[in-house]
Write a protein that binds this ligand. Structure first.
Ligand SMILES: [Fe+2]
Length: 286
């Protein structure tokens, strides 16, 4: 029954656009919350595959992927998505592992034996060609590099948007997911990540605006029902907590309440809550 919240068939590549596949996996359990898990696979112009946020390794999945192309790049795109890299590195020793800035310095990553070959930021490696753009969304503790596959207009995220389907969740988990703000049709980054990312405004808001400006046709993320329709509109809605609501033509421009200056007391409270949430977030992934 735990798999009821996943998106079968599991552990097999499923095409969603030319050169783009998703692979859904059995759910993780984090802090009492079952989380469906997804990897996205891109085929680069040279024919190599890029595995975005690899899911647990199986020989069968590797064989299925190798029928699509050689696995050349493994990507840990956010602070929370690196746990399954080691087995992929062992199976694909020639693949280059790319990671969000700062991941290699984390104690649990160093202790795990995962090898990080290079960091990603706002510029993609030359080996990926012109087909992919990246946007770094960086708060304290939490960082994520979003990838945009230009030929298919597909945006790849991990935790910046989570959109779980309430009727697939057990009741207690449903309440927790609503508290975290990660339930469709109003899915977004979970509460603790929003607190962290708000601490680095306006840089995170500028990054979020760049994501919306990419105008993706689809937004694929690691947990939940990805945006396969009205993707840009859904993305804008899911980031409104950071960039403010859309200003429609003819509507008097109002400064979003969320960008009003905060008092030092409020900021200090926010920092405290964020620090606690960050510790809990990090602890869940040990
Ligand atoms: Fe995640």
């Amino acid at each position: 029954m735990a798999h009821a919240i996943s998106y079968p068939p599991l552990d097999v590549p499923k095409p969603v656009a030319d050169g783009v596949w998703i692979v859904d996996a059995a759910p993780l359990h984090a802090g009492g919350l079952p989380l469906p898990l997804r990897m996205t696979v891109l085929r680069l112009s040279g024919g190599e595959l890029l595995l975005h946020s690899p899911i647990p390794y199986t020989p069968g999945l590797r064989r299925a992927l190798e029928r699509l192309g050689r696995i050349g790049h493994l990507v840990a795109p956010s602070i929370g998505h690196w746990m399954f890299l080691r087995a992929w590195q062992a199976a694909c020793p020639d693949a280059i592992t790319w990671a969000v800035p700062g991941l290699k310095d984390r104690g649990q990553v160093r202790r795990s034996g995962v090898r990080i070959d290079a960091e990603l930021g706002d510029r993609v490696p030359r080996a990926w060609g012109e087909a992919i753009a990246s946007v770094l969304v960086a708060g304290p503790v939490f960082k994520e590099v979003a990838l945009f596959h230009r030929p298919s207009r597909t945006l790849l995220l991990t935790d910046l948007v989570i959109s779980l389907e309430a009727d697939l969740l057990p009741l207690p988990a449903r309440a927790l997911a609503r508290l975290l703000g990660i339930v469709a049709p109003d899915g977004k980054a979970p509460l603790h990540l929003r607190l962290l990312l708000r601490l680095n405004r306006p840089a995170t808001a500028a990054a979020a605006r760049r994501l919306v400006a990419l105008a993706p046709d689809r937004v694929i993320f690691a947990h939940g029902h990805w945006f396969d329709r009205d993707a840009t509109g859904e993305l804008r809605r899911s980031l409104a907590w950071l960039i403010g609501p859309e200003v429609r033509r003819g509507t008097p421009a109002r400064r979003p309440a969320s960008t009003l200056p905060q008092t030092s007391t409020a900021a200090a409270s926010l920092a405290l809550v964020a620090a606690i949430a960050a510790l809990a977030y990090a602890g869940r992934r040990r």
